[in-house]
Design a protein around this ligand. Structure first.
Ligand SMILES: [Zn+2]
Length: 283
């Protein structure tokens, strides 16, 4: 909790100044209209640091960026119990996966967020670009009107969606971003060939993840699906979006809230990530 406007003059560093400007912008564009009257003090988390987590023996190893979906004023889906938000479960799973990967020592890890903060899709993808990461893995929890829907899904990047549901999911995720929605300039920087290579690598990772997960926790039918996710497109590195299960289903919600289940899921993710990085970097 940092009263940014009060401390701004006393802390060096451009990042905080930028955040201060963002806070002002947010203050005046808040749809509720309430904050414009409230105060000149805005509580913001500290600036993003691009911290890298690694075991000593992992020095120089490829960097994997773990993206805990949603956060801050974007809670994501709400569990069927009404007691839990997607943003909290994605962060819990992201931390578990980070700790697993660091313990195993084969890759280095960065997180787009390690607390409850709001980030645009481009801010998430920018972490991978700044760190020249080898992989980007975005973690989410699903939700559907059908309370019986359950199981995990892995989405890879594609121009064309695998099915109507995948298209809807991508549209809702892309639309949830209130930053720049088009990303056109970044996409233009990647040639067709580079984008095709990235999509193929994204699909490979999704297949590895499905193979590692099968038999260890519940997967949906046809668990590898694809669609055009902005966050994957902009990350400038191969990546997948992993929906760990449906918190709109009572059984899945209970499982996803249990540390034991998250440990199982994190281990499958960690093994798939390590295999993928080893296959592509040939270190
Ligand atoms: Zn989500």
């Amino acid at each position: 909790m940092t009263p940014v406007l009060g401390k701004r003059g006393t802390i060096a560093g451009g990042a905080l100044t930028v955040l201060g400007a963002g806070a002002l912008l947010f203050l005046f564009t808040d749809r509720s209209g309430a904050s414009a009257q409230s105060s000149l003090t805005v509580n913001l988390p500290p600036p993003v640091s691009d911290r890298i987590f690694a075991a000593p023996e992992a020095r120089g190893r490829p960097i994997v960026v773990i993206d805990a979906g949603h956060g801050g004023r974007d809670p994501g889906a709400t569990g069927v119990s009404g007691e839990v938000h997607e943003k909290d479960l994605t962060l819990a799973l992201a931390r578990e996966l980070r700790d697993d990967l660091v313990r195993r020592g084969r890759v280095r890890v960065a997180m787009t967020r390690d607390d409850d903060r709001y980030l645009t899709l481009d801010e998430r993808a920018a972490v991978a670009r700044r760190l020249d990461a080898s992989l980007f893995v975005s973690l989410h929890m699903d939700s559907a009107p059908n309370p019986l829907a359950r199981g995990a899904t892995v989405y890879s990047l594609s121009d064309v969606a695998s099915d109507a549901e995948a298209a809807r999911l991508a549209a809702s995720q892309n639309g949830a971003d209130d930053g720049e929605a088009s990303g056109g300039s970044l996409e233009a920087m990647l040639s067709d060939l580079a984008m095709r290579t990235k999509m193929s690598a994204s699909a490979d990772l999704a297949e590895r993840l499905v193979n590692r997960s099968a038999g260890r926790f519940e997967l949906r039918p046809n668990p590898h699906r694809f669609a055009s996710f902005h966050v994957l497109r902009r990350a400038d590195t191969p990546g997948v979006l992993f929906e760990a299960g449906y918190i709109s289903n009572a059984d899945d919600e209970a499982l996803l809230r249990s540390p034991e289940q998250r440990t199982k899921i994190a281990l499958a993710l960690a093994q798939a990530i390590e295999t993928d990085v080893a296959a592509r970097t040939r270190r």
